[in-house]
Design a protein around this ligand. Structure first.
Ligand SMILES: Cc1ncc(C[n+]2csc(CCOP(=O)(O)OP(=O)(O)O)c2C)c(N)n1
Ligand SMILES: [Mg+2]
Length: 597
């Protein structure tokens, strides 16, 4: 007997190298689910708790492996649930294919139950390619195009399968006739390099500079050696956009760490002091953290021409792979003999790490969140995989975690959505079951979806060769990041009924469902808590009771922000006393002399 359409879909995805699909069933995809069951030797189905999590996992899979991620949902409600996770992938340029069900073709247009205009619904998020199957002979080329376009454009594509189509006989090879398509599944990524003359123009700008700043993003993740060599040649400092945190190890003395609101002071000094800016694979959005227009000459490298010249008025915009382009640029660069600029950067960086350590050691009520991240940093296994959620955790992850070579790390960089922390690390464990994965998540995000997804961890952890997956929960009883934004940007006091997060016993819940729960609320126990979590025989929820009054301070507080914060406190902020104490403690560390280490 021949294959059904759904079976052929599985076969074709498998030919494309897809080994795993994250999803949730429903009668809109029953034909596909049956085929998936029968194809389970080739493709594994991972059952999540909510379709948005399937999309986050597909995105996390793509981020950590470089492969296409695939998620599957039923018609109507299931399809709608995918959206936020798909936008996360789209905005961070990850290849994800969404497969969704639809009501029967025979019912469409009849106001049928669960009938949603899915082509229109996905038209924005999957605008590069969204198609509904209406006859079996289309399936081969629709799958081929959905996967190829997702990979080639590093974006989201979507295929919609009405449920009556799924069980029809497949057309594995369309007849050779007018109006049929004959497609193949192969795709090879090109090596994209700029023309020699343009590389020379870039080299001329970089050679002329005396104070070169480099900013790297996700596009530089595969160019570690090349960025190090260029930074050495140019005597430059290197700042990292959040998605590029793993691009360079933080133990290099000229790496200034994160940039932006969640960034570091040496990155700020690098950008405000430079005369030349080289941006590699980044679309870091906040212009106020980049040099002023006219201050620096700029060169930008990106694989996607659409991302060039939109963050700083760069003078040379190169379309190219970061590693290959940098390798071709290197012979054109002159080694700068004057190292005084880089020496200054190194000095700033050295001092900054001391400030961070001192800030982490400040007392708080009860735990200083910075201490939690600081203690983790030195204990991280060599090949750990990290994911931060959106919230104050992203600040401490950005600043206090020292990345080392071999680690992977990500978050929702551009959409900055709450919720990807736990699903990202689940995807990481499926892709790399022998590595330790750690999610860093706020209590708000845990309650939004992380708690439910712990049940997915319960369902699967015994299949992972190394069971260690740790979910750090910052239990601060607050939607803290936004509480601080409201204070510093609006001058409003904390709006308690909007910002307070209901109490929940995260560690006890972990124990209840068969994982390990560790609760820590004393500063001196934090290190031991991490040691225990990292040597556990099963996934762990590490619940840290942290102080919401420790401000996730931007690297420099503007006068305007300070004024607004003062207004907020004067207007009767319930946490005013704690904030003043913690804010002063953090700020003061910048001015104290530190022991050389
Ligand atoms: C889906 C979504 N809803 C709302 C926001 C706005 N937001 C960003 S951070 C944040 C607070 C997160 O609180 P929590 O998870 O408790 O982390 P905390 O900042 O307290 O550490 C909110 C509401 C968002 N980014 N995404
Ligand atoms: Mg919170």
């Amino acid at each position: 007997m021949g294959l059904t359409v759904a079976e052929f879909l599985m076969r074709r995805l498998s030919q494309w190298g897809v080994k795993r699909i994250f999803g949730y069933p429903g009668d809109g995809i029953n034909g596909i689910m049956g085929a998936l069951d029968r194809a389970s030797d080739e493709i594994e189905f991972v059952q999540v708790r909510h379709e948005e999590m399937a999309a986050f996992m597909a995105c996390g899979h793509a981020k950590f492996t470089g492969e296409v991620g695939v998620c599957l949902a039923t018609s109507g409600p299931g399809a709608i649930h995918l959206l936020n996770g798909l936008y996360d992938a789209k905005l961070d340029h990850q290849p994800v294919v969404a497969i969704v069900g639809q009501q029967a073709l025979t019912a469409l247009g009849g106001n049928y139950q669960q009938e949603v205009d899915l082509v229109s619904l996905f038209k924005d998020v999957a605008h590069e390619y969204v198609q509904m199957v209406s006859t079996p002979a289309q399936v081969r080329h629709l799958v081929d195009r959905a996967v190829r376009i997702a990979k080639a454009e590093r974006t989201v594509t979507c295929l919609i399968f009405p449920n009556d189509i799924q069980d029809l006989d497949a057309v594995e090879e369309p007849e050779r006739a007018h109006g049929t398509i004959h497609s193949s599944w192969e795709y090879t990524a090109p090596i994209v390099v700029p023309a020699p003359a343009d590389l020379q123009r870039a080299a001329d700008v970089l050679n002329a500079g005396e104070k070169v700043a480099i900013l790297v993003g996700a596009g530089a993740l595969g160019a570690t050696d090349e960025v190090i060599e260029i930074a050495d040649l140019l005597g430059a400092g290197v700042a990292k956009a959040l998605l590029g945190k793993a691009a360079l190890p933080d133990d290099l003395p000229f790496v200034t760490g994160s940039i932006g609101l969640l960034g570091t002071k040496p990155s700020w000094e690098l950008m405000t002091g430079c005369d030349t800016l080289l941006m590699i694979g980044t679309s870091f959005p906040y212009s106020e953290f980049l040099p002023e227009e006219g201050q620096a000459r700029g060169v930008q490298i990106d694989i996607d021409a659409r991302m060039l010249g939109i963050r700083y008025p760069t003078e040379v915009n190169l379309v190219g792979d970061s590693a290959t382009t940098l390798r071709q640029l290197i012979p054109l660069l002159e080694k700068k003999n004057d190292r005084s600029w880089q020496d200054e950067v190194v000095e700033n960086v050295t001092r900054w790490w001391q400030v961070l350590e001192a800030r982490a050691m400040n007392s708080a009520n009860p735990l200083n969140p910075q201490r939690v991240f600081w203690e983790l940093s030195s204990r991280l296994p060599d090949n750990a995989i990290l994911a931060a959620d959106s919230g104050s955790a992203a600040n401490w992850y950005a600043r206090d975690i020292k990345m080392r070579r071999g680690m992977k790390a990500s978050l929702s960089g551009t959409l900055a959505t709450m919720g990807p922390g736990v699903p990202y690390v689940i995807a990481a464990k499926f892709a790399y079951p022998d590595r330790v994965a750690i999610a860093m998540v706020g209590d708000g995000a845990m309650q939004m979806n992380g708690l439910n997804e712990l049940l997915t961890i319960c369902k699967y952890w015994k299949t992972w060769s190394d069971p260690r997956l740790i979910v750090l929960v910052l239990h601060n009883g607050d939607l803290n990041q936004v509480t601080w934004e409201q204070r510093a940007m609006e001058g409003d006091p904390k709006f308690e009924s909007a910002q307070d997060v209901p109490h929940f016993p995260y560690a006890r819940f972990a124990d209840l469902v068969g994982l390990k729960g560790i609760r820590v609320d004393a500063p001196d126990d934090v290190g031991a808590a991490w040691d225990e979590a990292l040597s556990a025989d099963r996934p762990v929820v590490l619940e840290a009771i942290t102080d919401p009054d420790v401000p996730p301070l931007p690297p420099h507080v503007t006068l305007e922000e300070a004024k607004l914060l003062m207004f907020a406190l004067a207007k009767g902020d319930p946490d005013a006393r704690g904030i003043i104490t913690q804010g002063l403690k953090g700020k003061i560390q910048e001015f104290l002399p530190h022991k050389d280490s």
